[in-house]
Each structure stands twice: as structure tokens, then as C-alpha cells.
Design a protein around this ligand. Structure first.
Ligand code: AGP
Length: 610
């Protein structure tokens, strides 16, 4: 979502801030801005709509010069995409604020501040923070005290960083609901919404906890917890490796990340399998004790991660002999749900910061769940820190907004979870060993699937001129069809819908004509014959089909059907393998359509507001 960077140093900070913004741009990217305090203690501010490059170009023309500054990339929530609405927001040219999250009581605060004489120039919720701190500073001698007084009045979520021209050596920051990390330097310190922004300047990080405020100057960092007690937070040495320019030979991060899947899955499996079973330790200390006691699994996630959860339901119920519900986090958190005895709550999230999923996890702690497990790609994320157990997917940094390797590594983790839970619920040794064997073949199968690249590129022109498309699958391939549809709409802007193929005759068949390409995910499994009947229903109505299938399934290409042979693989890993051709299809359609593949319009990588 939005990205924050702040720095206080002896050197000029604009370069550090801009580089940080570029590294965060994949998260949210409709406008960007920077503010520094110059030698004469004035604020210099530049904002631009569009990409960070537009801001960089503006700074090239009119350099800003200061050793303390804050910067922000925005993903609009309150107020349109304009320079006025871009952060930093100022109050009386003294206070500058950047903010991630949503201030829910901003309208009330706005009215109160207007009554006090403050003039608002933007439509954002953030501007109230700037004026509120300015107002509080009149009665508090210290900037940090003014911040503390201001945040006590805020409802909603915030990660915020504040500068004051009257106190020009300090950044004061507050976290509640939106992550902030402090970067510890030598004679300089930093703050950001994600450590990726600060990797060029430091490897030492302090993660703020919920309710923390911090006071940061060049040589010192003081942190106070939600009870206003001074606290020491651990300094963590980061081993994350992220090269901002790192598309390598690839045109886009998404294509690179598609091609990285064999290695990402290999990493996800590494050291977590014995010859015959999955090692409980893969899920963290105490996993076995928890898995032995659970009788139900509740999965919560959003978007692509939700699709991974849907596949897991098929696996858990059919192989681990345990009931499983899957729910979209934004629905789960706002309804009264029934908690079955001895339930395990599983959250799935690439980022570990998705607001709805995180809120659901927090909520579950008061609901009587036996324990929580997160399947996550970011070790330092809130979800990992706040869950009882964690399975790290080890996909490596995923920069493309469209999730690819995060999804296939989540599925890999969830298949391992099926064995880890199943072994306490009657899954016998042969069954465990058979899944392990299939998992061991997975990286090689994914390599074969990635090699379909050129063949799929050749299919893409058929889709690029279409406005709609339909994806069909059955069983555990139904969520894969949903994921294929999500990928296509997300990056090519073509309307795509997925249906369980058996549902076709209950309505969607009415849509079929030669203008509606139908993509069928058809591995050679026990549902193949049923699926073939659905294929015939489409054919009989003049539909044009693209069938992704195993040679042994015996589909043949003709006027109405294009068959693309996917490598033969064990049925249990087929959902993971069949994901790849669908990712490639959406990628190449987007290329023809000329969309912004890595940063599609209106979207953000990490959705930290609800
Ligand atoms: C998928 O391509 C999207 N980027 C999106 O649906 C994403 O999966 C969703 O926002 C959840 O994110 P998370 O996995 O970081 O929680």
C-alpha cells in the first residue's frame, strides 16, 4: 500500500529517500512526495502524481537540500490522485507528516480543527494528523509529547512519521495498525514502512510494536510502548537480499518471478522433508503438540492467498481427514462465526501485513481458537510475529503486484501441512511417503511447466482483443481456475470469471459464444470424464476453448479447441503445476495489451488498509 521513508543524517538525505521510495513503489504508486528541512529551518516539499520517477525528475530540476527528511508513495484512499492529496502533509509550514493507514474519525477531527482555525488544503484523512500535532504542540513543550497527545485522539490505523521545523533534528514516529521499522545507522538513523526501503543504508533494524512511539535523531533512538514506558526493542540483523534493479534478463519482475518458481519451491521444501514424511518443525516449535490436538482448520486469507486456502481445503479434507473452512478475511472479521472445538486458525499471506487478514488473526485470539499458524513469506511481518506457529514460504522478495511464486510456495507449504496434520489423523505411512515423493518431484515439474513459455506466448494474441473470458476447473483445480482468472483481470484488465465446470449449465452457459474464450484446466484425474462433458457443453454452443491438459487426457486440437499439453505429474501436485501456464498466459496477454505488468492500475502489493 503506501510507503514511508524517513532519514536523519549528516549527509543530504534526498537521495536516500528517493531510493527508498523506488524500492517501495511496488506497494502503492499513484503519487509521491518528499519534504526536507533545510539549513535555514524551512520545509522544502515536492510532490508529483504518477510514478516515483516523476518525483525524481522534479528533484533533478529543483534539488531539495536537507539532512533530515520524510517521503511517501501514496495509494489513494481518501481523496483523488492529485499533488495536493499526496504526502507529506503540512501544518503551518512547520509540521510535516507522512502516514500509512486510515484515520477513521478524520471527519470529526477535521471539524474540530477547522473550528480552531486550521485551513485544510487536501481531501485526505492524513492532514488532520499534521494539524492535530501542530495544535497539541502549543500546549506541550516537546514534539514527542505532542505526538503522543495527538495519537491518543486518532481512531483507525496509522504508521506515521513527523518532522518539525522548530525541532529540526528529530523524527517522531508512531505505529498502530500499520508497520514501521527503524533502520539503525552509524551517525544516522532511518525509518520506513518496510526494511526493503532501507537496505542500501543499513542492515540493522528495530521493528516497532503496536502502540509504540519513537523518537529518532542522528545518534539516538528512544522507544515508548503503549503504556508510555521506555522500552528496548531488539535490533535485528537482516539477511534479506534485495536488488532493486534486479529484473536480470527479464523484462518484468513478474516474468522473473514466474521463472523463479522451481527454485522458490525447492527452497520451501529444503530441510523440511524426511524420506517418508514432513518434519513438524517446518511449522515452528510446538507444532506437533498443537497438530495432535486439533479437530478443525479455519483458513483466512485474501486474493491469491485465499485461492491457496481453497486448494488446501480439498487436500486437508480428502487426505488429512480433518474438516476445513476457508473464508475471505474481510468477511470473516465482520460476522459472528461459529468456532468449532479445537480449531486451528491458519492465515495465509505473502506480505504478512494485509490489514483484513491481520485483523482476523487478532480477532481469533479472543474467539477460542486452539492456536494459530501463518503461512507467510515475510519473516519479520506482523502475522509471523503474532501467530503461534509460522511456516515461512521462502519465496524471496516478490516485487510484481501479481502474486506468482508466493502462491506456489504457499501451496507447497499447505500440502506439507496436510501431511503434518494428517499423520495425527490416520494418514498412514505409505500415504505420507507418497505425498513426500510427489513433493520431491515438484521443482522439476515446475521447470517443465515454465518451459511452456513460448507456446503460451503464441496463444496470447487470441485473448488480447477480447473483453471477457471464462476459466473452468473441477475439484482442486477450481481454485486454480479462479487464480488464473484473477491474474488475467489484474494485469490485462480483461474481465475474467472462474466457474466450477459443473456449475456451467446453471447459468454461465448463456454467455458462451465465439467472443468468450473459455480456458479449461484439465489434468488427467478422476474428474476428467465429468470435465469432458462440460467441455462438450461449451463446444455445442460454439465456444472457443483453450484446454490445459495432460497428454494422457487425450484432448485434440481442432477448430474450436486449442490444446496445450502440460507435463504429466502426480495428481496431488497438479494444482501447483497447472498454475504456471495460467500465470504465463495472463503475462503475455498483458504484454500485448501494453499494460503496466508489475504495477497494474489501481492496485497495491500489500493491502495494509481495509
Ligand atoms: C494477487 O495477485 C494480488 N496481489 C492479491 O490478491 C494478494 O494476493 C492479496 O492482496 C493478499 O495479499 P497477501 O498475500 O500479502 O496477504
Amino acid at each position: 500500500m503506501c510507503g514511508i521513508v524517513g532519514a536523519t543524517s549528516e549527509r543530504r538525505v534526498s537521495g536516500i529517500l528517493l531510493e527508498g521510495l523506488k524500492r517501495l513503489e511496488y506497494r502503492g504508486y499513484d503519487s509521491a512526495g518528499i519534504a526536507v528541512i533545510d539549513k535555514s529551518q524551512h520545509l522544502q516539499t515536492i510532490k508529483r502524481t504518477g510514478k516515483v520517477q516523476a518525483l525524481a525528475d522534479a528533484i533533478d530540476e529543483t534539488p531539495v537540500d536537507g539532512t533530515i527528511g520524510i517521503a511517501h508513495t501514496r495509494w489513494a484512499t481518501h481523496g483523488g490522485v492529485t499533488e495536493r492529496n499526496a504526502h507529506p502533509h503540512l501544518s503551518e509550514h512547520e509540521i510535516a507528516v507522512v502516514h500509512n493507514g486510515i484515520i477513521e474519525n478524520h471527519e470529526t477531527l477535521r471539524e474540530q480543527l477547522q473550528a480552531l482555525g486550521y485551513e485544510f488544503v487536501s481531501q485526505t484523512d492524513t492532514e488532520v494528523i499534521a494539524h492535530l500535532i501542530h495544535h497539541e504542540r502549543k500546549t506541550h513543550n516537546d514534539l514527542l509529547d505532542a505526538l503522543k497527545a495527538a495519537v491518543r485522539q486518532l481512531e483507525g490505523a496509522y504508521g506515521t512519521v513527523v518532522m518539525d521545523t522548530k525541532d529540526p533534528e528529530r523524527l517522531v514516529v508512531a505505529r498502530s495498525g500499520s508497520p514501521l521499522v527503524i533502520g539503525v545507522g552509524i551517525g544516522e538513523n532511518f525509518v520506513a514502512s518496510d526494511q526493503l526501503a532501507l537496505l542500501p543504508v543499513t542492515r540493522k533494524f528495530i521493528y516497532l510494536e503496536e502502540g509504540d512511539v519513537a523518537d529518532i535523531n542522528r545518534s539516538d533512538i528512544k522507544i515508548y510502548d503503549s503504556a508510555n514506558e521506555a522500552v528496548e526493542r531488539e535490533v535485528i540483523d537482516s539477511d534479506v537480499n534485495y536488488d532493486a534493479g534486479g529484473k536480470g534478463q527479464y523484462r518484468h519482475f513478474m516474468l522473473k518471478e514466474i521463472h523463479e518458481q522451481p527454485i522458490a519451491v525447492r527452497n520451501a521444501l529444503e530441510g523440511r522433508l524426511s524420506e517418508t514424511t514432513v518434519l513438524d518443525d517446518a511449522f515452528g516449535e510446538g507444532a506437533a503438540d498443537l497438530f495432535k490436538t486439533i479437530e478443525h482448520v479455519q483458513i483466512i486469507a485474501c486474493g491469491t492467498s485465499y485461492h491457496a486456502g481453497m486448494v488446501a481445503k480439498y487436500w486437508l479434507e480428502s487426505m488429512a481427514n480433518i474438516s476445513c473452512n476457508v473464508e475471505i478475511a474481510s468477511e470473516f472479521r465482520y460476522r459472528q462465526s461459529f468456532v468449532r472445538p479445537n480449531s486451528l486458525l491458519v492465515t495465509i499471506s505473502q506480505s504478512g501485513e494485509t490489514a483484513d487478514t491481520l485483523a482476523a488473526l487478532r480477532l481469533s485470539k479472543e474467539m477460542g481458537y486452539r492456536g494459530s499458524l501463518t503461512i507467510c513469506n515475510v519473516a519479520t511481518s506482523s502475522m509471523v510475529r503474532e501467530s503461534d506457529l509460522a511456516f515461512m514460504t521462502r519465496a524471496g522478495a516478490e516485487i510484481g503486484v501479481a502474486s506468482t511464486k508466493a502462491f506456489t510456495t504457499q501451496l507447497t507449504g499447505l500440502l506439507m501441512l496436510t501431511v503434518a496434520i494428517g499423520k495425527y489423523r490416520g494418514m498412514n505411512e505409505q500415504q505420507q511417503a507418497a505425498i513426500v515423493k510427489a513433493l520431491q518431484t515438484l521443482p522439476a515439474k515446475l521447470e517443465e511447466a515454465v518451459e511452456l513459455d513460448t507456446e503460451i506466448e503464441a496463444l496470447a494474441p487470441d485473448f488480447a482483443s477480447k473483453d471477457h473470458s471464462l476459466f473452468l476447473g473441477r475439484g482442486n483445480q477450481y481454485p486454480i481456475a479462479m487464480e488464473g482468472a484473477l491474474k488475467l483481470k489484474e494485469i490485462s484488465y480483461i474481465h475474467a470469471e472462474a466457474y466450477a465446470a459443473g456449475e456451467l449449465k446453471h447459468g454461465p452457459l448463456a454467455l458462451i459464444d465465439e467472443e468468450m474464450p473459455v480456458i479449461v484446466v484439465a489434468p488427467n484425474n478422476e474428474l476428467l470424464e465429468k470435465l469432458k462433458s462440460n467441455v462438450e457443453e461449451v463446444r455445442a454452443r460454439g465456444g472457443i476453448m483453450y484446454v490445459f491438459s495432460d497428454k494422457n487426457a487425450r484432448f485434440t486440437s481442432d477448430d474450436t479447441m486449442n490444446v496445450l499439453n502440460v507435463c504429466h505429474c502426480d495428481e496431488v501436485i497438479a494444482p501447483i503445476v497447472y498454475t504456471i501456464p495460467l500465470q504465463l498466459l495472463s503475462y503475455y496477454v498483458a504484454i500485448i495489451k501494453g499494460t503496466d505488468v508489475d504495477q497494474p492500475r489501481n492496485l497495491a502489493k500489500s493491502v495494509t488498509v481495509e
